[in-house]
Ligand binder design. Structure first.
Ligand code: SF4
Length: 82
């Protein structure tokens, strides 16, 4: 399955001109999940995570966001502190 992820979060490491996400995989969660789990919980763990409802789009977030100047090194779906 080929997907294109469009994103306007321009200070993310994976963001590219034209509002494209260049990550090979991302993890979208509820805001609550994103707030309560550390940075290291990301797309590479997706199969192990318990699905949960959000209720509306205002309570979802991209957990794979990483600032361009982040101290984490990034592989797709994996964040590791340098
Ligand atoms: S990882 Fe998430 S926040 Fe970053 S560009 Fe992709 S979709 Fe946007």
């Amino acid at each position: 399955m080929k997907q294109h992820i469009h994103c306007i979060v321009s200070d993310c490491h994976y963001w590219q001109q034209g509002n494209m996400c260049t990550a090979n995989e991302i993890l979208v969660t509820t805001d609550e999940f994103g707030s309560n789990h550390p940075e290291e919980v990301d797309a590479h763990m997706a199969a192990e995570l318990i699905p949960q409802p959000a209720g509306d789009c205002m309570t979802t977030c991209c957990k794979s966001y990483i600032p361009q100047d982040s101290p984490y090194t990034t592989l797709d779906g994996v964040k590791k502190m340098e």
